[in-house]
Design a protein. Structure first.
Length: 238
């Protein structure tokens, strides 16, 4: 999909709009936008479910399939529209980029393109930025939990659970231990992200449990703050 706008008409008030789908970075670094289905009528959103907020998108550069936020458009009449996306049909063959990534991990030579962050303005942006970063590290099928469950697990992927703390308070010892316990029961690797850093006892416990800790800045760029996180950045999701 290029940056051209797609004409849409609100079925509620008949106003015309031009919608430009947002592009997010694929794990390979290439910009990727959902393929909007031109000519298809948008539908009003009256009820949301977790599965309805995601669509499958395939990267033309590396062939990777990922879950992307469902495109939506807010009309001035107050109606929120679901923008139709072309479905992904045939499964892709094994992408060369993935083979190259596996080879580079064995040889110790980094192959990932530079991470392209998402600016954080809301708590949801923080979760999205962390999900994009985990996909960039090589975790597959990273999905948001909507609404956030009582467990506090915001992101799930193959062999992965992650928690994102978007508050202005340092993440607590309890948060790290709960994430670790949840990861042990799945089992999966637990990763924690925080906007405000970590309490000293939380960092010490994370080091003991080998839980990767990252701090998110408002540009959406995660920074590792302990050895487990630096190791994860170095090796990727192996």
């Amino acid at each position: 999909m290029n940056g051209d706008g797609v004409p849409l008409r609100c079925p509620a008030c008949r106003r015309d709009h031009v919608y430009v789908p947002p592009a997010y970075p694929c794990a390979c670094g290439a910009p990727l936008a959902p393929p909007i289905q031109r000519g298809a009528a948008p539908s009003p959103i009256t009820h949301r479910t977790w599965t309805d907020t995601w669509v499958t998108v395939r990267c033309r550069t590396c062939g990777r399939q990922s879950q992307w936020p469902q495109p939506e458009l807010g009309c001035s009449c107050g109606t929120v529209l679901r923008v139709p996306v072309r479905p992904v049909t045939a499964p892709p063959g094994p992408p060369a980029a993935e083979r190259q990534a596996r080879t580079s991990r064995r040889t110790g030579v980094p192959a990932r393109a530079a991470f392209r962050p998402l600016t954080i303005r809301t708590a949801r942006d923080a979760v999205t930025a962390a999900g994009l970063y985990l996909s960039w590290l090589g975790f597959g099928d990273v999905l948001h939990a909507e609404p956030p469950p009582a467990s506090g697990i915001d992101l799930r992927g193959r062999g992965l659970v992650a928690q994102v703390d978007p508050t202005t308070r340092p993440a607590s010892l309890k948060a790290v231990e709960c994430l670790w316990l949840h990861a042990m029961t799945v089992p999966a690797r637990g990763v924690h992200f925080s906007l405000a850093g970590y309490a000293p006892e939380a960092r010490r416990r994370a080091d003991e449990l080998h839980v990767p800790l990252f701090v998110l800045d408002l540009t959406g760029t995660p920074q590792p703050v302990n050895g487990a996180a630096r190791e994860l950045v170095s090796t990727g999701a192996s």
